[in-house]
Design a protein around this ligand. Structure first.
Ligand code: DON
Length: 352
């Protein structure tokens, strides 16, 4: 037998072993049972946690059941591991900013967002007008220090989606949300009406963004479509599938559809890492290492690239506007599963 011939069975053995390992590990080395166990444990641990308060500056959000609590993790094989209520819908709110930003990046390239909006944290609250004032002097002289995940940047991103009419723009926005979630989503009309009746602050932001040249055209249309995208109804399973689409290079692992070019996804994740939880983004990243995004409806999505997408829905928020239970549950589950991408593979590192 030659050396070459002896290699054949070795290669076959290695391939077979690899297949067995892949079948038994769906989230970067964790078995499906281990993923489910981590989800169940976090659900049991945080089910009774009562900290935080529903958002009430949008009146419809104050009426949502604060006890709603659902966790979902979607792994590479498209399997959904869950606990609690993963079917009741809440409004997606600011989590939609990720997918509208992704739509702009998809159609106009990574530079478009960087140049017209910026990709820097503002260090201010999500609806800060001071943040708009703070960056306006750099228009025309360089990239603004803003990002598409705070309200001013998000309304600008919505204004950048190309379309001959408001309907055309909306079809693209809802289309990307649908593809990432793997089903047809709809707008929660009560939330849309409630927010439209009370969004004077966002209207002021839209008008200011036009005045300072960040928004180039119809700011009223941008604010209205932004309000509509924030009112899209989603449940924990939808959100986890959307997170998983980002975790697996823009390919929805449940439907198998390539929703975004893989080359666009790292830029999206970078802005989520620096600004996804607003002025608490640094603390969040310090403890989890995960790009994430919160919404005042009570959802948070987080992405462990190549491993899993995770989402939790629980309406009570902390002072920064982020769901309290969602932060705790995602941190616990991800750290159990080794989701932190800053910990080298194979090392049993600990999180701060
Ligand atoms: O514009 C707003 O204020 C809301 N539609 C969205 C804010 C939001 O979700 C902030 N997130 N944590």
């Amino acid at each position: 037998m030659t050396r070459g011939n002896r290699r054949v069975p070795l290669v076959a053995w290695a391939l077979a072993l690899g297949g067995v390992m892949l079948a038994g590990s769906s989230s970067g080395g964790q078995s499906p049972a281990a993923v489910q166990q981590a989800v169940d444990k976090a659900y049991a641990e945080y089910k009774a946690l009562k900290e935080g308060k529903n958002a009430d500056y949008i009146p419809a959000l104050a009426k949502v059941d604060p006890n709603l609590f659902g966790i979902a993790v979607v792994t590479a094989d498209g399997k959904v591991h869950s606990a609690g209520d993963i079917k009741t819908e809440v409004s997606i709110q600011s989590i939609s900013k990720v997918f509208t930003m992704a739509q702009v990046i998809q159609e106009q390239g990574l530079e478009s967002v960087e140049k017209q909006i910026g990709v820097d944290a503002t260090g201010a609250r999500f609806n800060s007008i001071i943040a708009v004032e703070g960056v306006r002097t750099v228009v025309g002289t360089g990239a603004p220090e803003m990002n598409p995940l705070v309200n001013p940047g998000a309304i600008s991103a919505t204004s950048m989606v190309k379309g001959a009419s408001a309907d055309d723009v909306w079809k693209k926005i809802i289309g990307l949300h649908n593809d990432a979630a793997g089903r047809q989503l709809t707008v929660l009309q009560d939330v849309y009406k409630s927010e439209s009746d009370t969004n004077q602050r966002n209207q002021a932001i839209g008008a200011l963004m036009l005045a300072y040249g960040y928004i180039k055209n119809n700011w009223q249309q941008a604010v209205d479509l932004y309000t509509r995208q924030c009112s899209i109804g989603v449940n924990a399973q939808d959100l986890a599938t959307m997170a998983a689409t980002l975790a697996f290079g823009g390919k929805n692992p449940v439907t198998g559809k390539q929703v975004l070019d893989a080359s666009r996804v790292p830029g999206v994740l970078a802005v989520m890492a620096t600004a996804g939880l607003y002025d608490d983004s640094g603390k969040w990243l310090y403890h989890t290492g995960l790009p994430a995004k919160s919404g005042v409806g009570g959802g948070i999505i987080a992405v462990s690239p190549g491993k899993f997408g995770i989402a939790v829905v629980s309406p009570p928020l902390d002072d920064a506007g982020n769901s309290v239970r969602a932060q705790r549950a995602i941190t616990a589950i991800s750290n159990t599963l080794g989701g932190n991408p800053y910990i080298p593979t194979g090392l049993k590192g600990s999180n701060p």
